[in-house]
Design a binder for this molecule. Structure first.
Ligand code: SF4
Ligand code: SF4
Length: 129
């Protein structure tokens, strides 16, 4: 599961993720991180489910982080999108494709939240969430 973590000023200076990994033994893959000494955001992929995932999320929340479970890392504005396809080939894990109606489709399991599609879109129709 992909999860966005928001760090407050107090949390930004603590090794919270390392502590949670040590306590729970979870395998956590950091997909994106923007941290300053004052605040920050991180997107992680947690390779577990069920009660182990619930425990990990509770540890993270108890450590002072805002925890947002992500169903997708990007959002396409269907009004702005003109189905030009400019976002498809730059996507490193090939997570974007056309569906049968030639609408853009993002495979949430493949997307790593790199933001390359955001920069590639001439219409600013796709954004990270
Ligand atoms: S954020 Fe990166 S991985 Fe996800 S759809 Fe865009 S280019 Fe592909
Ligand atoms: S680059 Fe932008 S406008 Fe073109 S298909 Fe992708 S999201 Fe739509």
């Amino acid at each position: 599961m992909k999860i966005k973590l928001r760090y407050s000023h107090e949390a930004a200076s603590k090794p919270i993720l390392a502590e949670v990994i040590l306590k729970t033994g979870l395998l956590i893959n950091i997909l994106e991180a923007r941290l300053t000494p004052k605040e920050g955001e991180m997107v992680i992929d947690v390779a577990t489910q069920g009660s182990a995932l619930k425990d990990a999320l509770e540890h993270l929340r108890a450590s002072g982080l805002e925890v947002i479970e992500l169903r997708s890392l990007v959002e396409v504005d269907r009004v702005l999108c003109i189905s030009c396809g400019a976002c498809i080939s730059p996507c490193p894990p090939k997570a974007i494709s056309f569906d049968q109606n030639l609408d853009i489709e993002v495979d949430v399991k493949r997307c790593i939240g790199c933001g390359i599609c955001v920069r590639a879109c001439p219409r600013k129709a796709i954004r990270l969430i």
